[in-house]
Design a protein around this ligand. Sequence first.
Ligand code: 13P
Length: 390
Amino acid sequence: MAMAASAKLNTLSSSQWIAHNSFSPRRGSSSRRVSLPIRASSYQHELVQTAKSIASPGRGILAIDESNATCGKRLASIGLDNTEVNRQAYRQLLLTTPGLGEYISGAILFEETLYQSTTDGKQFVDCLCDQNIVPGIKVDKGLVPLPGSNNESWCQGLDGLASRSAEYYKQGARFAKWRTVVSIPCGPSALAVKEAAWGLARYAAISQDNGLVPIVEPEILLDGDHPIERTLEVAEKVWSEVFFYLAENNVLFEGILLKPSMVTPGAEHKEKASPETIAKYTLTMLRRRVPPAVPGIMFLSGGQSEVEATLNLNAMNQSPNPWHVSFSYARALQNTVLKTWQGHPENVEAAQKSLLVRAKANSLAQLGRYSAEGESEEAKKGMFVKGYTY
Ligand code: 13P
């Protein structure tokens, strides 16, 4: 973790300066004030516009940025091999769903998908733009063990991130995602929380410098038997550190999006919480930690069933919030779609319809107008997997 002052100055000196702020080096040591520049991305205006358009009423994000390994697990669940052709066929089904843009404002892609086309030769990025859906890209390189911690992990991907981001922008991406995790049963240790927060902040600054709106995602895993109060305590700690380092890295808050986990009891806790309780705790955490300058809160589903994730989002939108409170679901948008498709071309239309059903349900939940009446049994099945990797 490169948190030394020299690293910070290195970053500052390579950028463009628009303003100056000042601070006293040591309280009482001198009356002279030292000036330091604040950096700003030349994409500032565009970043704010992109974030606003993703956080538009009644819309949210379709997350289909599973790594090839994770996509392989999804395909295996319906008996398909993990080949590029099968991954492409599945992503084509999702991204060419007619009418998707009414409910979906952004789609997070894996690198392979960003450069892929439909079987007719149309780039996936163009399919998205035609539906007014902003293309996004997962830029982290996954989790590895964090030495010196309590069996926790850290997220790789900062090396070369600036040049990769510039290439992704050229290919049409306008936002990025970096997912790191915090585990409650493993502590979390102060080291793991600091590392997660610092990594997210460096990534966010680099993304903005290259025109990509960063989705900031410190996922607090559902694993554990702890009560909801413990999740709240950990979430408050994590988000306070994340915002501390975002500010230290001069990240423009109006040009980011958050992807938090909802505040729930651990998956193995003896009691389940109602959507109203989850909404109350989650909004308490957000109000205490997230400045209103942030345009959008796009929740992950984290192993909740499709219906649970939608009900919880709906409960959070029963009264006005300072931010756009919406979804960026992977599992909770794709589960029924996969089961309906089964890899058969004749099922594509039905699978696309089931994607629209989920997208519309979450759109209504974003507006606080969803009812679970008539939902299928499949959509009520939980998807929690212990120690889940993405
Ligand atoms: P889930 O909604 O499956 O938790 O997805 C998490 C994620 O980070 C997808 O981009």
